[in-house]
Design a protein around this ligand. Structure first.
Ligand code: B12
Length: 289
């Protein structure tokens, strides 16, 4: 099983990269085949853009083109990402914690450690799972360890001065990928924001209700798959209808958003950003934090 993470956050082994690219084609083809609902809820221009991108991925898969590049990674991996990934694959929580502790003891900020160590390691876990090199249980174990390490590291990070701004963060209905949003939550918290993090698979109506009751300045939504974009779009539309001009600003992110340009616009968000660090900079810009 390849356990090396390259400096750019990808797997070094070309066989695994090819397998990842093929399976990415399968995933995208699957999305393309099931995307009618998404396309129907968007305008014709938007639908054409999404349809073209998904159609190209589907054709590539059907033509059996395994050499296509893996999806772009949002972050550069530090050398520690490789040993962190190995600790996750070995199910060694102590080692994983020790690696992150050493980074923080060495003066690194948690936000950077999450972006350049934990995130690339998790992407690597995804590629191992996709290539059938680890089981579902192995992937779950890695995920659970990563979450535990992030909690530990957040607790030992210095508490920032509050900036008096509120951000509500949720994965849209159907999205069970919550760790990326947890990183976004940590980054906002360490940036002095008051954070409400709701985690995975949250119904749109509940997001809007809490945004109104809590008077959020900013709402951040996470979406992993094209099928979830409709839920994102509906939630944002509901925010507009319910709160009118006093609605919070909305940013969106996640794998689905990172894959295609313009998706943030299409679902009606004020902005989309590729990672946790960019999310805070964007939030500060949008609501003057
Ligand atoms: C762990 C994991 C799971 C766990 C998630 C547990 C949890 N508590 O989160 C579970 C087991 C639930 C899961 C399920 C599935 N998964 Co999964 N999973 C992963 C894995 C290995 C890691 C995800 C992760 O944490 N990444 C690390 C985080 C930090 O990265 P991130 O999510 O991109 O987040 C960053 C940015 O995107 C951005 N961001 C994210 N959210 C937001 C929000 C805002 C507002 C902003 C501004 C930014 C932002 O900032 C984050 C931090 O910098 C990935 C591999 C991968 N490449 O990510 C596969 C992966 C995402 N999963 C995949 C698949 C296929 C599935 C399943 C369909 C499998 C199945 N058959 O059941 C289901 C679908 C579940 C669903 N409906 O959502 C595929 C997706 C393929 C695709 N889209 O093309 C991947 C890529 C694996 C792979 N290589 O094939 N998965």
């Amino acid at each position: 099983m390849p356990q090396t993470v390259g400096m750019q956050g990808g797997i070094v082994g070309s066989a695994v990269r090819r397998a990842a690219a093929v399976t990415c084609g399968i995933a995208l083809a699957g999305v393309a085949l099931g995307a009618q609902d998404v396309l129907l809820t968007m305008g014709p221009a938007d639908a054409a853009t999404v349809s073209a991108a998904l159609g190209a991925a589907r054709a590539q898969f059907l033509n059996g083109e395994p050499e296509s590049p893996a999806p772009p990674l949002a972050c550069a991996a530090w050398p520690e990402a490789a040993s962190f990934a190995s600790a996750l694959l070995a199910g060694d929580q102590r080692d994983a914690m020790a690696i992150v502790n050493r980074c923080i003891d060495g003066g690194q900020r948690l936000v950077d450690v999450e972006l350049h160590v934990i995130q690339p390691a998790l992407y690597h876990i995804g590629e191992c799972w996709q290539a059938n090199h680890i089981s579902v249980a192995g992937e779950h174990l890695a995920t659970a360890i990563a979450e535990a390490v992030m909690t530990m590291a957040l607790l030992r990070s210095p508490v920032p001065d509050a900036i008096g701004k509120r951000v509500l963060l949720a994965c849209v209905a159907g999205n069970h990928h919550a760790i990326g949003l947890r990183m976004v939550a940590d980054a906002f918290q360490l940036g002095g924001w008051d954070v409400r993090y709701l985690g995975a698979n949250v119904p749109g109506a509940s997001i809007v209700q809490l945004a109104a009751d809590w008077k959020a300045d900013l709402v951040g939504l996470s979406a992993s798959f094209a099928q979830q974009l409709r839920n994102a779009k509906e939630t944002i539309a509901r925010l507009r209808v319910t709160l009118g001009t006093s609605r919070p600003a909305v940013i969106i992110g996640g794998l689905a958003i990172n894959r295609f340009d313009r998706l943030a616009d299409m679902v009606g968000a004020d902005a989309g950003t590729p990672d946790a660090q960019a999310a805070v900079a964007c939030g500060n810009r949008l609501v003057g934090g």
